[in-house]
Design a protein around this ligand. Structure first.
Ligand code: MN
Length: 484
């Protein structure tokens, strides 16, 4: 990127809260059901209906607020955001305006997870997070020239998390989003499913000359729902703005759409100012008072947070920061690691290595995830025990691992079926070594005359004769004794 220009990014993330029913009605929120089968008269905005606030949505929002060290409002209220669009049956969206449920939080992001240095941590401020209802979904295909509307989404609870313009590159934006995405799943407040729209992002992007104080005019890229698209969209948009400014034209404040196929952003509509929405308090909903005891009770239900787990893995299991990061990257991964470590006599470090190098390596090949691992944590622990108690060598263990991965049985079954047990009997090994030395007397003479690099040759011979099953440690000791 151009060195003369600084890129400024702020993100608005819409996270769908994992409630069974909608924010203001009893309609179900399950994804992928028949169109308009989960929309009642409240969601459709029939005259005379009244919204009833979903308490679970409030609880989940507060959980997030506490996890990001935000201020939980003592009193919060709902407002009507007025605009016309066919997917918005009431002509307004119930949102929050003056007193959002969460203010002034922050998220620490790690710009270099591989490095143990602490100075790679950057704090991203979260200006506020507010509750609002989702709109319906317009469907333009298969309607013979007409458009259809599915209102199953209308009224689904969202929390919109608004960051300060603290991000300085597309890469930083993606790291922030991944950190937030991981957090909401750890908290269990959202499934975070991006394909299904449970986690989507609007990016506010502007550029300014390095050293300038004032912010440049920004554009907003709407509805990005994959980390890769977000990164590309921001990179494209920043480069576009720089080239506009360098040819002495002006940036127009507007909403833009990212076209993934063409990898470009296009103007969608000129940006509304907040005034255009004519916000006013929703007279159907009373202000909500959140008592301290209620908030503290929710605090007591917070799980171990991702960064807490990562720090604990680092200290309790003496893992490197890099390993601890990978193994705490999501709850399933963390659980798999801890279950393996708890069930084996091998060290946690060994368990971590096998999971990261062998298991994740094998899963990656099939584009698969830890939750679909054909080897359970307990089964992997058994394999590690067989190395630990020297039933098999580390090298043979890799073969056993791949057989397990291919569903050929447990570690012990595979070891027995294929006769892979390590040879640890000194008498057996001594006999094999004697035969080899007798058959290679020249090499023995050369070794004893000072060509000590021949040691590896003898080890290799033993391994060849035993099919790799000789205990390497014992072979080394026995050979050293024999050769003097
Ligand atoms: Mn919104």
């Amino acid at each position: 990127m151009n060195k003369k220009w600084e890129i400024i990014i702020g993100l608005e993330v819409h996270v769908q809260l994992a409630t069974a029913s909608k924010l203001f009605s009893g309609s179900a929120t399950a994804y992928g059901r028949k169109q308009n089968s989960q929309a009642c008269i409240i969601d459709l905005g029939f005259p005379g209906v009244l919204p009833t606030l979903n308490a679970e949505a409030i609880r989940l929002a507060i959980k997030l607020g506490l996890a990001i060290n935000g201020k939980i409002a003592e009193q919060t209220s709902f407002a009507r955001k007025n605009y016309f669009y066919p997917d918005l049956p009431k002509g307004y969206q119930i949102s929050q305006h003056q007193d959002p449920i969460i203010k002034d939080g922050y998220l620490n992001i790690d710009l270099d997870a591989k490095d143990d240095a602490i100075d790679a941590i950057k704090t991203i401020h979260i200006t506020h997070a507010h509750l609002e209802e989702d709109a319906g979904k317009l469907m333009h295909e298969n309607f013979h020239g007409f458009s259809g509307i599915d209102f199953n989404r209308a009224g689904i609870p969202l929390i919109e998390i608004v960051s300060a313009p603290d991000l300085r590159s597309a890469r930083e934006a993606v790291i922030y989003l991944k950190t937030l995405h991981n957090l909401v799943r750890y908290l269990g407040i959202s499934d975070g499913n991006m394909q299904e729209g449970s986690f989507r992002c609007d990016a506010n992007v502007s550029v300014r000359k390095c050293g300038a104080q004032e912010l440049g005019t920004r554009t907003e890229i709407k509805n990005l729902n994959s980390f890769r698209f977000i990164e590309r969209a921001i990179e494209f948009e920043a480069a576009r703005q720089i080239s506009v400014l360098e040819s002495r034209n002006k940036i127009i404040q507007e909403t833009r759409l990212y076209d993934a196929e063409k990898n470009e952003t296009r103007a969608m509509r000129s940006k509304e100012e907040s005034l255009d929405y004519r916000y006013f308090p929703d007279p159907d909903l009373l202000p909500l008072v959140l008592e301290k005891e209620y908030v503290e009770e929710i605090r007591s239900t917070l799980p171990e947070l991702p960064w807490e787990k990562c720090a604990r893995f680092h200290t309790q299991y003496e893992l490197s920061k890099y390993d601890a990061n990978i193994l705490s990257a999501n709850l399933k991964m963390a659980k798999y690691f801890e279950e393996t470590a708890e069930n084996t006599n091998a060290s946690a470090k060994t368990a971590a290595n096998w999971i990261i190098v062998e298991l994740l390596g094998a899963l990656n090949k099939y584009d698969s995830e830890i939750s679909a691992s054909p080897i359970s944590a307990k089964q992997l622990a058994e394999l590690l025990d067989k190395i630990h108690d020297q039933t098999i060598s580390g090298k043979i263990a890799k073969e056993v691992f791949f057989s397990m991965f291919n569903g050929e049985g447990t570690a012990m079954e595979i070891i027995e079926k294929n006769g892979l047990k390590q040879i640890t009997d000194d008498n057996v090994l001594t006999k094999i070594i004697d035969d080899i030395l007798a058959a290679n007397q020249n090499a023995v003479k050369n070794y004893q005359a000072g060509k000590t690099q021949l040691f590896g040759f003898f080890v290799g011979q033993v391994m060849q004769v035993t099919g790799g099953k000789a205990s390497p440690k014992q072979v080394n000791e026995l050979l050293k004794n024999k050769l003097g």
